[in-house]
Design a binder for this molecule. Structure first.
Ligand code: NAP
Ligand code: MG
Length: 462
């Protein structure tokens, strides 16, 4: 990791305006591994000014050239994949293999997809006697969380750059190192000065200053519902565009006739991956009462197998929060089938893979986002009951349906109030729109739908 003292603003690493620093901790051993500057209102202002100054030039750059820069960025991310993976392992605690394939691999795929979309997207179209232009929204303020630290940055930056927008990113305080690595990659890829800017810092200081800055046209936020609400209020008060990705409590619905063992094993892996710190994780498993005991047994065995392969949570705060939810589950009468509140290691912010049985839909662990390796298994009596439970939270981000055949699974999935559903184990698709129904958020990321979020329309009548 190269040491920088400053912020990446206007194509260069500049000293931060204030003396404050943030310590970055390795959650596996609790050691401080680096410090980064804590950005202030002045740093954010300098970054937004740089982004505004760069906007006319980048917006007027032909899409083919923007595509070429994104392709170059993708190549740099490929060349630095090992370094990215090591950095994410160090600051997030994710196991090396997950860091390689997901934390470094997915951003490569997403950047590549936007290189292609920038080259092929119809930025102009005809309707009747009009020409409709799809123009960049302007300066984007991106505020990102720590759970997929590079992916969250790339899922906003790549479409914004493809659209012709310029960007200021405020990454999560817990994972600023991979964000700095990304700024280096942007620089190496020859993306012009000011098009991408990075200000590390604390949410209530740098994040809030970015959301409130009058030079920002669109605020794109991923994180907690509480902060998302505040950002939405700030943005609407200033008549800015806003995109919010706020997490979920997704249902994994196993219909009678499905391959039960596969549905349970894939479902457990989905929840335990990244130590449960995934907004789209299927943290509620819904099983028919006839198969319930068997499913709980399978889930407990699958969770126990995860044992030592699971990484720590990102911070002591998150570990304590998750352990608090486990204690609450027990207090509200759910039964621990695997794991529990005790830490499996002396050092590091670990939580055991945990499975709760006898969970009822109104329990806290069936309603609130826990953001840890905790699965709740719920029982349903028939399909209508399953649908009521599946749709019975304030969230609607993702989900899964397993049935004897695809037609039956799709029929059920059509009735789910959620943004993404995997049918009988469908694979992640970086081109599919990702985002929430209900309180899971506003807007979509990834693919052509994600690009459209960074465009506004103008029409000429002839
Ligand atoms: P968070 O506070 O919402 O953090 C998300 C981002 O917003 C971070 O960059 C954060 O900065 C920033 N932020 C915080 N307060 C802000 C403010 N007043 N104005 C502007 N920006 C602000 O989330 P968290 O505390 O890290 O995690 C808490 C819970 O949120 C988790 O347990 C989970 O339930 C949920 N979460 C959801 C997702 C998701 O993908 N939907 C991701 C992460 C967390 P700092 O890093 O400095 O706080
Ligand atoms: Mg926070």
């Amino acid at each position: 990791m190269k040491a920088h003292d400053g912020m990446y603003i206007d194509g260069a690493w500049r000293p931060a305006a204030g003396p404050g620093v943030i310590e970055v901790v390795n959650p596996a051993d609790e050691q401080v591994i680096a410090t980064v500057p804590a950005g202030t209102v002045e740093d954010v202002d300098a970054a937004v000014r740089a982004a505004r100054a760069a906007l006319p030039g980048w917006a007027a750059t032909p899409p083919a050239e923007r595509a070429a820069r994104l392709a170059a960025l993708r190549d740099v991310l490929v060349a630095r994949q090992d370094e990215i993976a090591e950095t994410v392992t160090a600051e997030l605690g994710s196991p090396p293999k997950l860091s390689q394939t997901v934390h470094a691999g997915v951003p490569i795929a997403v950047t590549g997809s936007y290189a292609e979309l920038a080259a092929t997207y119809a930025f102009e179209e005809r309707t009747g006697n009009s020409t409709v232009l799809h123009e960049p929204v302007g300066v984007v303020g991106a505020i990102t969380p720590w759970n997929y630290p590079l992916h969250q940055i790339v899922a906003k930056t790549a479409p914004a750059l493809a659209a012709g927008c310029t960007v200021v990113v405020k990454p999560a305080e817990d994972t600023p190192l991979v964000a700095r690595l990304f700024a280096e990659a942007v620089h190496e890829a020859g993306i012009p000065a000011g098009v991408f800017n990075l200000v590390t810092g604390l949410g209530p200081v740098a994040g809030q200053a970015l959301a409130e800055h009058p030079g920002v046209d669109l605020v794109s936020f991923t994180g907690s519902t509480a902060v998302g609400r505040r950002i939405g209020a700030i943005a609407s008060g200033m008549v800015k565009k806003v995109a919010l990705e706020l997490g979920g409590k997704s249902a994994n619905v196993i219909l009678p006739g499905a391959d039960l063992a596969r549905a349970v094993n894939v479902g457990v892996a989905n929840v335990m991956s990244n130590s449960g710190q995934t907004c789209s994780a299927w943290t509620r498993m819904l099983v028919h009462h006839d198969q319930y005991d068997e499913a709980v047994e399978l889930a407990a065995a699958a969770a126990a197998k995860y044992g030592d392969r699971i990484g720590p949570l990102v911070s002591a705060t998150q570990r304590d929060r998750v352990r608090g939810y486990i204690a609450k589950g027990v207090a509200e009468g759910a039964r621990l089938a695997a794991g529990g509140p005790d830490s499996p290691h002396e050092r590091g912010y670990y939580v055991s893979p945990t499975v709760f049985a006898d969970v009822t839909p109104e329990m806290t662990i069936a309603q609130e986002e826990i953001f840890g390796p905790v699965l709740s298994v719920l029982r349903y009596t028939d399909e209508e009951d399953a649908l009521r439970i599946a749709n019975g939270t304030v969230y609607g981000l993702a989900g899964a349906v397993w049935a004897a055949d695809e037609t039956e699974a799709v029929a059920f999935a059509r009735r789910m109030e959620t943004g993404q559903v995997d049918i009988n184990g469908g694979r992640f698709n970086p081109l599919a729109p990702f985002g929430g129904y209900k309180q899971s958020g506003v807007g979509r990321e990834l693919g052509a739908h994600g690009l459209a979020e960074y465009l506004q329309t103008k029409s000429f009548q002839f």
